[in-house]
Design a binder for this molecule. Structure first.
Ligand code: TMP
Length: 236
């Protein structure tokens, strides 16, 4: 396998072409941003942790029947993935109130919901990823009705699998963000990452935050929290 030119650079990752037309390579950086890039920093070792954690969880999800873009982990920071056209929707599932949900609806953080919620943002940095509903997403032709149905079903399935898994390692899965992509034949697959950057993880007993909120909110011990999550997930 040969790595070719960089196709895209995001806030936390770079994407490269390879000698296979249908396969790309993702490189995970230590760069961290928050509030649509307003806050910038580095989380030492984050790239390796997010790469390894994402790949572990993607493979677990594949085993449970969720199609993903994962192909092969090359090394600590680099992974081969299937080339997809990203659906420009961020899909957010919540099990417990926190973050923008708590702020928007004027409730405290930590309310355990009877059933998970789903919401979508339009993935558009210039607009600051505004919240969008499915009718609006259809009006903007961001996805077809069938794709939105598939995305919704898969997102809740991901939540069922991950919630149960994290419970076993003593972590409450508070909320998380997913992205989906289309393979060349149109199949919808889970893409992007699943990591402490894109999920809220609270220790089940102490409720200590073990995710990017430590960076967003200047809580300190950011690296320790990422390491702790890797340890619990990968068992090392
Ligand atoms: P929120 O409460 O700020 O809306 O975040 C909900 C979840 O989505 C949380 O687990 C963090 C994740 N998230 C991202 O992955 N990327 C983002 O740009 C934002 C705003 C949130």
């Amino acid at each position: 396998m040969e790595v070719k030119e960089m196709l895209y650079e995001g806030k936390a990752k770079q994407v490269f072409a390879t000698d296979r037309d249908d396969v790309l390579m993702v490189h995970y950086k230590d760069d961290a941003t928050a509030f649509n890039g307003l806050k910038k920093g580095t989380i030492e070792g984050k790239g390796v942790i997010n790469n390894r954690v994402t790949n572990y969880l993607m493979q677990k999800l594949e085993g449970e029947g969720v199609p993903t873009h994962f192909v092969e982990e090359l090394n600590g920071r680099d992974t081969l993935v299937k080339r997809v056209r990203i659906v420009p929707l961020e899909v957010i599932i919540r099990n417990i109130s926190a973050g923008s949900f708590a702020k928007r609806f004027g409730v405290e953080e930590g309310i355990v919901f009877d059933a998970p919620t789903i919401e979508y943002s339009y993935k558009n940095d210039e607009l600051g990823d505004p919240m969008i509903n499915t009718a609006q997403a259809l009006a903007l032709k961001l996805a077809t009705p069938a794709e939105i149905e598939t995305i919704r079903t898969l997102a809740f399935k991901v939540n069922d699998v991950l919630k149960a898994f994290f419970k076993e390692v003593g972590v409450d899965l508070v909320d998380f963000k997913l992205e989906f992509g289309r393979l060349s034949d149109g199949t919808i697959v889970l893409a992007d990452e699943i990591s402490p950057d894109t999920c809220r993880f609270w220790d089940s007993k102490t409720h200590e935050k073990l995710d990017k909120d430590r960076f967003r909110r200047d809580l300190g011990n950011v690296e320790d929290a990422y390491h702790e999550m890797m340890k619990r997930i990968l068992g090392e």
